[in-house]
Design a protein around this ligand. Structure first.
Ligand code: KG4
Ligand code: ZN
Length: 344
């Protein structure tokens, strides 16, 4: 798009990671600092929004200072401040946005509000500058499961998404039922190793004729199977008793969710004659999803972020901001957060 120079400080606080990063030209990561609250929220089995916001307040300035220092730079050498404006938890978003506004005002720097979903997509452009458009994108995270067609940089058409649980949310809820720590996704993937993916024929909701997804039936089917095996069980409230086939349950659940995600993504890519498939967001770290999508896609190239950029980070926000900055976007200092912001 452009090779003009930018050095952008990105800030991300949409959920339970306080993150700041300095990125040059949308591609060179000079620093990428992430302070995760996941260990704290684990005791509640999910993010506790009020505490998330308070913990962002404590972490935000040290994290930004660390990002500038790791990049060996100061605000004097930064061209713009970029911050996640939404979607996300309102109380969490506000902390990052207010910090960004303060820095922009104090340093007389331009401010850009960036979509968290766009950020996840640009985690791929941090490594794939020349991906051919159109790109069919699947964003799969704890809060989102979205199929988006990207015709060019910053140009999106939403094709569909989940009508109930997000894919990561389903992983997290099933993880909790199986007595695995929060966030469940990586633990379910680990528990599934060595399990028989064909042990339980859990339902696949194809929602044919649409690009939508539904995972709540799958989650309920896992719950029903647990109760069938141990009627006294209280999944999610207390750990399952020993002896349950956790590996088979995890593998069967994972294969059901991954099969639907992979097949529907590749179908959408073919229907829209996409030249590349991008899969981004926390769940894109899942190896079974990576393998299934590549198998379905055949000759169609499928790209994933490097593992360290799948989950929430601020480098992806600064990367997206580079393209918006070069296109002339500057946001007023009084903009508000957009907790339900859609990518369109
Ligand atoms: O993108 P992200 O860090 O935060 C949101 O924007 O939501 O995604 C977090 C989600 C969680 O639901 C987590 O369980 C899931 O990504 N996740 C995974 C894996 N690693 C993270 N799900 C399945 N397999 C994984 N390996
Ligand atoms: Zn995310």
């Amino acid at each position: 798009m452009t090779s003009r120079f930018s050095r952008i400080l990105g800030i991300e606080t949409s959920c339970d990671e306080t993150a700041a990063a300095v990125v040059e030209d949308g591609q060179a990561i000079l620093s990428n600092v992430i302070s995760s609250q996941a260990d704290f929220h684990a005791q509640y089995g999910g993010v506790f929004p009020e505490m998330a916001s308070r913990m962002h307040i404590e972490a935000i300035h040290p994290v930004i200072t660390q990002a500038l220092s790791d990049a060996n730079t100061t605000l004097d050498d930064i061209q713009a401040i970029a911050v996640t404006r939404g979607p996300g938890l309102p109380g969490s978003l506000i902390v990052g946005v207010n910090a960004a506004k303060g820095l922009a005002l104090g340093g007389s720097l331009p401010l850009l509000g960036i979509s968290h979903l766009e950020g996840h997509l640009y985690s791929l452009f941090l490594v794939e500058r020349a991906a051919p458009f159109p790109v069919l994108c699947l964003i799969v995270s704890g809060g989102h499961t979205e199929l988006v067609l990207m015709s060019d940089h910053l140009q999106y058409k939403r094709l569909g998404g989940t009508i109930d649980d997000a894919a990561g949310e389903a992983f997290d809820k099933v993880g909790r039922m199986l007595g695995l720590p929060y966030p469940g996704g990586p633990h379910v993937e680990k528990a599934a190793i060595g399990g028989d993916a064909a042990a339980y024929p859990f339902p696949r909701a194809w929602l044919k004729g649409t690009h939508n997804f539904s995972f709540s039936g799958l989650k309920t089917a896992v719950l029903r199977e647990l109760k069938r095996q141990t009627p006294s069980i209280r999944p999610g409230e207390e750990p399952p008793p020993p002896g349950l086939p956790i590996a088979d349950l995890a593998a069967s659940f994972q294969s059901a969710i991954v099969e639907v995600l992979a097949a529907k993504t590749v179908n959408a890519a073919r229907e829209h004659k996409a030249k590349t498939i991008f899969i981004a967001g926390g769940v894109s770290a899942n190896k079974a999803l990576r393998d299934a999508t590549e198998t379905h896609a055949g000759d169609l190239p499928v790209r994933f972020p490097p593992l360290n950029l799948c989950a929430d980070n601020a480098a992806m926000i600064a990367a997206a901001a580079h393209f918006r900055f070069m296109a002339g976007q500057r946001d007023p200092l009084d903009f508000d957060v957009k907790p339900n912001w859609k990518l369109e």
